[in-house]
Design a protein around this ligand. Structure first.
Ligand code: ATP
Length: 295
């Protein structure tokens, strides 16, 4: 008996650990796709988030020495503010996300959160402070409850339900015959893109991080779903510092600051109205997207 249960129990633990590791990486897949060998300094301290101010101070970066990707990028996102990053494909938006998560170190300048250089803090504490809502939330082949509760160890049923309500997925869950016990994922109920994203939002709400990194979905959701998701994301952003990697300009018009990246440099920054009035690159992108939406 013991001979059978011990290995099985052990395998179960290993399985769970592998599965968690996979989902941690899977969740980052779009935004943070290539973890590099970054390790904590011997004297690294836990990050102390006092407000959640994020500063990029003359940041330079390249994945290889020959090809610079970001050049002299300086940005300040005051605590509790929302910054949207826009720019054409390959302009460096996701790279900024990866650097903030410290999947790579900057090659020039520094990134600081509440005055602390990311290279001086432990990676665990940094990752605890930042919630990532990726384009495509990875679901485990497990219950909806498990998929939401994964956001925080030891979350209670009440907390899971509160997060699901805030992410506007609770009513949908209750409409399923097995409710929160419904198995989802590859081998369970397939959720739509919008439903999956809401599970991801509920998960992140449970984690309750002071800083959010949102990688806006490029995949088309219907207008109502997109509006609902935007509402949930906006509600989640209240009182937090939010960095949104945006593909559709209509969703970020109310951001405190919009940064237009062009070939790894800041081409323009300001509020939506200011940038429109300027008649520059953002205004041109806006006009192009309006025309596309009319098609
Ligand atoms: P998109 O809107 O298409 O997602 P983006 O603005 O987010 O684009 P990034 O993903 O930041 O662009 O990529 C910026 C540049 O860095 C691109 O030219 C890309 O080819 C390059 N790049 C991205 N990841 C890597 C990597 N792991 N190794 C080498 N080059 C990379």
């Amino acid at each position: 008996m013991i001979q059978i249960t011990l290995p099985l129990g052990f395998l179960g633990t290993v399985y769970r650990e592998i599965r968690q590791a996979l989902v941690d990486m899977g969740e980052m897949f779009d935004l943070l796709d290539q973890p590099a060998e970054i390790s904590d300094r011997a004297d690294a301290r836990p990050l102390k988030v006092t407000g959640g101010e994020v500063v990029l101070d003359h940041v330079g970066f390249g994945y290889t020495a020959e090809r610079p990707i970001l050049r002299d990028v300086s940005l300040t996102i005051p605590a509790g503010h929302t910054l949207a990053l826009v720019g054409s494909s390959g302009s460096g938006k996701s790279t900024i996300g990866r650097l903030l998560f410290r999947f790579y170190d900057v090659t020039a300048g520094a990134i600081r959160i509440d005055g602390q250089d990311l290279r001086d803090v432990t990676q665990d504490s940094l990752h605890d402070a930042i919630g990532v809502v990726p384009q495509d939330t990875v679901l485990f082949n497990d219950t909806i409850r498990y998929n939401i509760a994964y956001g925080r160890d030891g979350a209670t049923e009440d907390e899971v339900i509160a997060a699901a309500k805030a992410a506007k997925i609770h009513d949908f869950v209750m409409s399923l015959p097995e409710g929160y016990d419904t198995t989802v994922g590859e081998r369970g109920l397939k959720l739509s893109g919008g439903e999956k994203q809401r599970v991801g939002i509920a998960r992140t709400l449970l984690k309750n991080p002071p800083i959010l990194l949102l990688d806006e979905a490029t995949s088309a959701l219907d207008t109502q779903t997109e509006r609902d998701i935007q509402d949930s994301l906006r509600a989640m952003g209240e009182g937090r510092t939010v960095i949104t990697i945006a593909h559709r300009l209509s969703t970020i018009a109310d951001a405190d600051c919009i940064v237009v990246l062009q070939k790894g440099q800041i081409a323009e920054q300001g509020r939506h109205d200011e940038l429109l009035a300027k008649g520059g690159r953002y205004a041109a992108m806006w006009a192009a997207q309006q025309a596309e939406d009319l098609d």
